[in-house]
Design a binder for this molecule. Structure first.
Ligand code: ZN
Length: 240
């Protein structure tokens, strides 16, 4: 195999790894952001429930104050009973007490239903808080994993950049320039195998005469369709 073709295959292998590692690093912030977003959404739902709980708690206190006021009123009314002179006055007095007590019962009912609602919200909040805590723990673990993954990717990236410099140094500059143009135009894949008379970059058929030439691995031959550099890989040759 011609040395330049060998180097091109090597360079492509290195660049594919570099691209993959860069992708891992580039995609991480978005992954972290989406995990944080989901946590914030859960937190906001829980906060809303808490606000609802506080509001109801305040409403309950207001009702309790009202009941106290009525009790005070009834107490005062009852203390005046002895001073009543006429029957008519007495009837009116009883009616007033009765109406105050009726009002009290109604408010008590409302308070009870508020208490039931508070209880339901409280139970829900407890479940939500447990779920939130679990979610937070999960995200912490995920963040640690991401940090490790990025560190690993950066380490590998550094290693392969050094390897790349060595390979590029042994290549003739013109071939390297051509390679770079194709690499950029072809989504990071410039050198591909010509397997079974098919370009493994664009999967178009390779003309038989051209395939014969490619099989020699002597000249740099580009796919007529996608412009990628084609090479022949011996089926029994695992190395290249
Ligand atoms: Zn092609």
């Amino acid at each position: 195999m011609q040395e330049n073709i060998k180097l091109l295959i090597e360079l492509q292998t290195i660049d594919s790894i570099i691209l993959k590692e860069r992708n891992i690093i580039d995609l991480m912030p978005a992954k972290l952001l989406s995990a944080d977003k989901s946590l914030k959404e859960s937190q906001s739902l829980s906060d809303k429930q808490k606000q609802k709980y506080d509001l109801l708690e305040k409403k309950k206190k207001d009702k309790e104050r009202l009941i106290e006021d009525i009790d005070e009123r009834v107490k005062k009314l009852k203390s005046r009973t002895a001073d009543i002179k006429t029957n008519k006055e007495y009837q009116a007095h009883l009616k007033e007490i009765e109406s105050a007590e009726k009002e009290r019962y109604a408010i008590e009912d409302e308070t009870l239903s508020i208490m039931e609602e508070l209880d339901t919200i409280n139970k829900g909040l407890k479940t939500e808080e447990a779920a939130l805590k679990a979610e937070k723990d999960k995200i912490e673990i995920f963040k640690k994993e991401v940090e490790e993954e990025i560190a690993e990717a950066e380490k590998k990236l550094g290693e392969f950049k050094i390897k790349r410099t060595t390979v590029v140094g042994s290549m003739d500059p013109e071939t390297y320039d051509d390679y770079m143009v194709i690499l950029e135009a072809c989504n990071g894949l410039a050198v591909v195998e010509a397997r079974d008379e098919i370009c493994q970059g664009c999967y178009m058929n390779i003309p038989p005469q051209m395939f014969v030439e490619i099989k020699k691995n002597e000249d740099i031959i580009q796919c007529q369709q996608c412009r990628r550099i084609l090479y022949w890989k011996e089926q029994n040759d695992v190395k290249d």
